[in-house]
Design a protein around this ligand. Structure first.
Ligand code: GUN
Length: 289
């Protein structure tokens, strides 16, 4: 039997309508319109598309946004100066520096410079620390989006074995943290697998929830998946000119899994939605709400 398809686009639309109402209510009560400042350095076409999608989503939800586009040869000092300016701008509630940054710029130095109260990506060490301690301020966008997809698909999480493929700072590590936490939509037993993991398929086959975030096109095959498991595909791999594929061999795995998210139309729209949620929260914190 073919798996339930977890439609990230549809779930994202539903969450965004709720957010639009909350944004309007905050503005009516306090006069504050949440505002996201996006910083894009260089001309990586994929990054430009991601940032444009984020701005469109802001517009759709009534959140203001400004794009700061800087040339590829921007120096670290110039970028730091912009970050400081945005930190001090009371009309800006969220700051997003689109990654990757050009190689002459130390990414960590930039992410560390964003004031934690405007760090809607949840990349600042203070916000990461709060997540580790189970008392988050902002939740990391992609892992939070995945968690919402698990909830919406009716996947049981507590006590289940969740296997996270990939240990990146943006997805794998914080994903594991969210699922192992005490609390709702959590309490899973979590295993993190990575490029040095031995007997990978043996481990993935024991997963009730399998989350793939390794950036390898169609790496997860049907033989690696336990029948009935929920499979969430975080991968966005460009093959050829236009085609986008995930980390999961969707057509084969959907015949084994109980539920599966597609690429595109899966995690991507949810990541953006959680960014909007964080921007609203940042505006609330600034407004003392
Ligand atoms: N590049 C790829 N994913 C992300 C993300 O979630 N946030 C930012 N700022 N850059 C990214």
């Amino acid at each position: 039997m073919s798996a339930q398809i977890i439609d990230g686009k549809a779930i994202a639309q539903k969450v965004r309508s709720g957010l639009a109402e909350e944004v309007a209510a905050l503005q009516a009560k306090t006069g504050v319109q949440p505002h996201l400042a996006a910083v894009l350095v260089g001309d990586d076409p994929a990054s430009a598309v991601y940032v444009r999608n984020k701005q469109r989503a802001c517009e759709q939800t009534g959140i203001g946004s400004t794009l700061h586009r800087l040339p590829a040869e921007t120096t670290q000092d110039e970028l730091l100066q912009l970050v400081h300016q945005l930190n001090n701008d009371e009309t800006v509630h969220g700051i997003l520096c689109q990654l990757p940054l050009p190689e002459q710029i130390d990414e960590l130095a930039i992410l560390d410079a964003v004031t934690p109260l405007k760090d809607v990506d949840a990349f600042h060490p203070e916000n990461v620390g709060l997540i580790v301690q189970g008392r988050p301020r902002f939740l990391p966008c992609t892992p939070h989006g995945v968690q919402q997809m698990l909830i919406e698909s009716g996947t049981e999480i507590a006590g289940k074995h969740a296997v996270v493929l990939g240990r990146s700072e943006i997805v794998g590590k914080p994903m594991a943290l969210l699922l192992m936490q005490k609390g709702a939509a959590a309490n899973a037993t979590v295993t993190v697998c990575h490029s040095r993991t031995q007997n990978l398929a043996e481990i993935t086959r024991t997963a009730d929830i399998l989350i793939a975030a390794i950036g390898k096109p169609e790496f997860v095959t049907a033989e690696m998946v336990k029948p009935g498991a929920t499979v969430i595909d975080v991968g966005t791999n460009r093959v050829g000119e236009k085609k986008l594929v995930g980390d999961v061999a969707f057509d084969d795995v959907k015949e084994v899994a109980g539920a599966i998210s597609p690429v595109p139309g899966g995690v991507g729209p949810m990541t953006i939605t959680m960014l909007l949620k964080n921007t609203l929260l940042a505006a609330r914190l600034a407004a003392g709400e």
